[in-house]
Design a binder for this molecule. Structure first.
Ligand SMILES: C[S@@+](CC[C@H](N)C(=O)[O-])C[C@H]1O[C@@H](n2cnc3c(N)ncnc32)[C@H](O)[C@@H]1O
Length: 207
């Protein structure tokens, strides 16, 4: 168990919302939902101590980008340290709500995938809908939003996504629903945007 993660849970139980990081089995299952050959821009909400981030970074293309949004300052600092040698990974000690602004500010193309580990179910209803809206906005057409949660209640709020797949995954404590929300690709007949090289990253920036 990550000592830092547990300490942060004791400090902010509602924000961290779990005493242990995701299991290896859950991490692998979530990673299997991502087509790493195509993914150029991936964002993660609530990476915590980085158990999913490390697996995503391990599998992703050399020219891909991974943006990590972690609210907790101590966990963010630890993520900065872990990924200091990997220029593909950007750690933002910021709320997941800021993803569209960060993409615009850094001139990065919309995301192919957004993975979320934040406790959505305890967000107040308007915040939940607002974050879902921002997530939809930050995805490229054809992109997917992947969330793992104890409940599957988000499905009823994420009605503007075009397709949803869900599974109940038992190999984690506690068991989790893994749900993938797809945003339709209206531009190229349903193909994933990165599959035909249609989503290059914008010019690199200095920040
Ligand atoms: C349940 S932990 C998940 C940690 C990790 N993803 C895992 O699977 O082990 C939730 C994490 O989300 C972070 N978090 C909660 N709300 C957030 C928000 N609005 N934006 C960014 N991070 C948030 C918490 O600080 C915590 O690190």
């Amino acid at each position: 168990m990550s000592v830092l993660f547990f300490k942060r849970f004791l400090q902010r139980p509602f924000q961290i919302a779990s005493i242990v990081p995701s299991s290896k089995a859950l991490v692998e299952r979530v990673a299997e939902k991502i087509d790493f050959d195509c993914a150029r821009v991936i964002a993660e909400y609530g990476p915590g101590e980085g158990v999913h981030s490390r697996e995503i970074a391990r599998r992703m293309r050399p020219d891909a980008k991974l943006l990590l949004f972690e609210l907790d300052a101590a966990l963010s600092r630890d993520l900065q340290r872990q990924f200091a040698g990997d220029p593909r990974v950007l750690v933002c000690n910021a709320d997941a709500f800021t993803l569209p602004d960060e993409l615009a500010r850094r001139r990065i193309a919309p995301c192919d995938y957004i993975v979320s580990g934040i406790p959505f179910s305890i967000l107040e209803i308007n915040k939940k809908r607002d974050l879902l809206q921002k997530t939809h906005q930050a995805l490229h057409p054809g992109g997917s939003f992947i969330i793992y949660q104890v409940t599957n209640e988000l499905k009823q709020h994420a009605t503007f996504f075009d397709e949803t797949e869900s599974e109940y995954f038992l190999q984690n404590i506690p068991p989790m629903f893994i749900t993938v929300f797809h945003k339709a690709n209206t531009r190229n007949g349903g193909e994933h945007p990165a599959r035909n090289g249609a989503v290059p990253l914008a010019a690199p920036t200095t920040s």
